[in-house]
Design a protein around this ligand. Structure first.
Ligand code: CIZ
Length: 309
């Protein structure tokens, strides 16, 4: 029996659902019941009839699944799956920013701990950030923690004043417009550039489409004439794009597949870890009650707003 088959058998025995983020290794994506972005996976987590959720993503995502499903057992197969962006904001630093901007509504990207979510008014993901900010009655917004997503949202919603916290995802922030221009030149004509809104402005300005990973999956269908798509986000997404569009060509933005656009946290989880998680029912994610209640309020407010694209 292959490792993939063993995992599927164990998942059935345990009545477990396996959720995998678009940035996971290809073999982990392939063993999952659902692959998607954090918003899509949160919705799956919320409606699953399974007893156990094996979350192949990073810690804050598994925490969100627990927050939305407190009665389920949520397992993170590898405890080293952290997130630099989530680490860039703490409860103490958010409290300090809130004191500086007391009349602002706090919008926090889901790439944050449950403790930080609990101190926020509402959450957002890259798939609904613009709609979330637009939906708020207050014109003064404190956007945390991703400065690039915050800047992009502020551009889309110019009627609001958006104060932006200074965090970033190093994988997205490392890309530069100058490198992107070279990749575009090398790709030649009929090339479409798709960038994630966590990218810097000089990269986003060169993109034909700026969107979440789930929305990226629909872009090639929108451009039937395009030969090549340059993708500016973590390289795990290429697997789903190639599966859905086998005849099209996908190139990583910096021309360096498996290298610079490779998140070490997203890629720490292996198939072996997934198997061990199911065999030993490890590692269970827990969230303190106060954080759970507060984070659920912020996440549920977000879930009531439709996604942007
Ligand atoms: O929201 C997510 O899942 C992230 C981190 C990226 C994306 O757009 O899928």
């Amino acid at each position: 029996m292959t490792l993939h088959e063993e995992i599927r058998e164990l998942a059935a025995e345990r009545n477990a659902v396996i959720l995998a983020h678009n940035y996971q290794w290809s073999d982990v994506q392939d063993v999952a019941d659902f692959v998607g972005d954090s918003l899509g996976l949160s919705l799956e987590a919320q409606s699953t009839p399974a007893d156990t959720i094996v979350f192949c993503g990073v810690h804050f995502m598994a925490e969100s699944a627990k927050v939305l499903n407190p009665t389920k057992k949520v397992l993170l197969p590898n405890l080293a799956a952290g997130c630099s962006l989530a680490d860039s904001i703490t409860a103490a630093s958010l409290t300090e920013w809130k004191e500086r901007y007391p009349d602002h509504t706090v919008v926090t990207y889901v790439n944050s701990t449950a403790e930080v979510k609990a101190l926020s008014d509402i959450c957002c993901t890259s798939a609904n950030a613009v709609s979330v900010v637009r939906s708020l009655p207050n014109d003064k917004i404190l956007f945390t923690p991703d400065r690039n997503l915050g800047r992009w949202v502020a551009e889309q919603v110019p009627e609001k004043t958006v104060v932006i916290y200074d965090g970033c995802c190093p994988i997205h922030d490392i890309m530069r417009g100058a490198d992107m221009r070279k990749t575009i030149e090398a790709a030649g004509k009929d090339t479409i550039v798709i960038a994630h809104p966590e990218c810097r402005q000089d990269v986003v300005e060169l993109a034909d489409e700026v969107c979440s990973t789930t929305a990226m999956m629909g872009v090639p269908a929108k451009y039937p004439e395009a030969k090549t798509f340059i993708i500016a986000t973590e390289n795990g997404i290429i697997h789903q794009l190639r599966k859905r569009y086998p005849g099209r060509e996908f190139v990583m933005a910096d021309g360096c597949i498996g290298c610079r656009l490779h998140c070490p946290y997203m890629k720490v989880t292996t198939l072996e870890d997934v198997k061990n998680a199911l065999v030993n029912l490890e590692h269970e994610v827990t969230v303190p009650e106060d954080d759970l209640v507060g984070a659920r309020r912020s996440l549920e407010r977000m879930l009531a707003v439709p996604r942007d694209n």
